[in-house]
Design a binder for this molecule. Sequence first.
Ligand SMILES: [Ca+2]
Ligand SMILES: [Ca+2]
Length: 216
Amino acid sequence: MQRFPRVLSVCCLATIVLLSVGLRSSQAGYCDILLEDLNGDGKVDIYDVTIVARAYGSFPGHESWEPSADIVPDGKINIFDVVRVAVKLGLSLGPSEISTHVQVKPRTLNMKSNGRWITVIIKLPNMVDAHSIDVSSIVLNETVFAELRPFSFEERKESELDLTIKFDRQRVIGLVLEKYSLTNTFDDVTLTVTGSLNNGTLFRGSDTIRVINLQG
Ligand SMILES: [Ca+2]
Ligand SMILES: [Ca+2]
């Protein structure tokens, strides 16, 4: 398992270096204080990419652990942290991300409901094995991580599986209330699920649900 992150980090770094040199040789992004500015020099550039790449695959206590590189704060340095720096550089790791269909249940979510879970069904494209999903990487709107259990696989059709996962309902409601300006009793909100496969490939999918926000 440790070989993959190392190989991936080198590949990511090489890709980003080539793109950077070719496309943005002197266009480092000067900006306000940013999480992605890992060396604190006031800009996000290839040196910050190098830092997150070196820490790739690490976790607290690991010899390569670099806490500032844990930009998506989940106690591990993975592709999400690399992507954050790459995106801030204006780069894209496009081919390494696949679009997937996701379905959120319930279709209508009462902001005052006390249910335990929000269920999300992930339908990966054909030929992608749902067993290859790293459940611990799945996150809603880059904020609420999926529960590690329960999750289940259901056969969509022969040899094609959907993954059903759960999110803590109260945390999702908190996310919606914080991130979306709900002005009506009924509003439509689009939730985005991202995650990675065990080989580091990212997947992403969105679904729109209706939320009920009763006052008082
Ligand atoms: Ca920097
Ligand atoms: Ca992280």
